[in-house]
Design a protein. Sequence first.
Length: 207
Amino acid sequence: MTALPPAERVRLQRRARLLAWSGIAWHLIEFAVALAAGIAASSIALIGFGADSLIEGFAGFTVVWLFTGRRLRSETAERRAQQLIAVSFFVLAAYVGEEAVRTLASGDHPGTSWLGIGLAAFTAPTMPLLALAKRRVGTELNSSATVKEGAQNMLCAYLSVALLIGLLLNAVAGWWWADPSAALVIAVVALKEGRESWRGEGCCEAC
């Protein structure tokens, strides 16, 4: 891969930090709305979605950490950032998977949450745009950690779609099991992404 000119690398690093901070700001809002809606509707799916938002915020802070100070050119810091993001994927997979199985086994029926439906409907089309921007910058910087952080935003979009379908089917058709079933699929995807990030895979090929 051709080495980037110093000025171009600095510009891309600044862009990576800006994208990370933008994502962090949105995830904090997303967390607050999802948690409030989840508690109001007794919806494990919404509460889990809020937990996902916090994990994504953590991944964003990891990228900010990576592109700050002496870590700018450190391969050790890059690898550590990859592993930290991998851990966030594993935590997300474990939480969503456990809650989905528990909800299916107990037969808990969440209430209708139109606020949650609105949040999921907004997040589903916007998160891929942020994810693609992060992947593009990460590829240019040859930073797998940045690419994987973008992949976590894409996972948020998938989870938003699953959440939206589950909440709508619960509200309209009374199919309470649709949401936890979709969440199980998301947990499997998160586990796969975490394994790849831990192994150091998925930089240029992930894009």
